[in-house]
Write a protein that binds this ligand. Structure first.
Ligand code: ZN
Length: 116
């Protein structure tokens, strides 16, 4: 699927890397809130530094996968989503501040509460 994808950000190995990045972001123990951060470079490797981009990639992959593998990945992503929701804070100004604010995982406070 990754190889056949026409999406620049979905490349062989992208799913595993996105999943690993998502898990890594949520890994710090404790209850301290976590803040997504912009990636410094927009190439498909560095973009994964931004956990929100990793979640974008997973979403794209989920849509392209055949149903059986989709269900499996979806379970993993859903449990990470629950942690992400618990560890990040809602951004009340997401519509003004966040890019692609239609995606729920982008409606969260970023480092310093600002992105632009
Ligand atoms: Zn780069």
């Amino acid at each position: 699927m990754e190889r056949l994808s026409g999406d620049y950000y979905v490349f062989p190995g992208a799913t595993v890397r996105a999943l690993r990045r998502y898990k890594g972001f949520l890994q710090p123990p404790g209850r301290r809130p976590l803040y997504p951060q912009d990636a410094h470079c927009s190439c498909r490797g560095c973009s994964l530094d931004d956990v929100r981009h990793a979640r974008d990639v997973l979403e794209e992959v989920l849509q392209q996968l055949p149903s059986r593998s989709r269900a499996e990945l979806k379970r993993q992503v859903a449990s990470l989503d629950a942690v992400y929701l618990g560890r990040t804070l809602p951004d009340p100004f997401a519509d003004r501040r966040q890019r692609r604010a239609d995606l729920w995982w982008r409606r969260r406070l970023t480092v310093g509460g600002e992105t632009m």
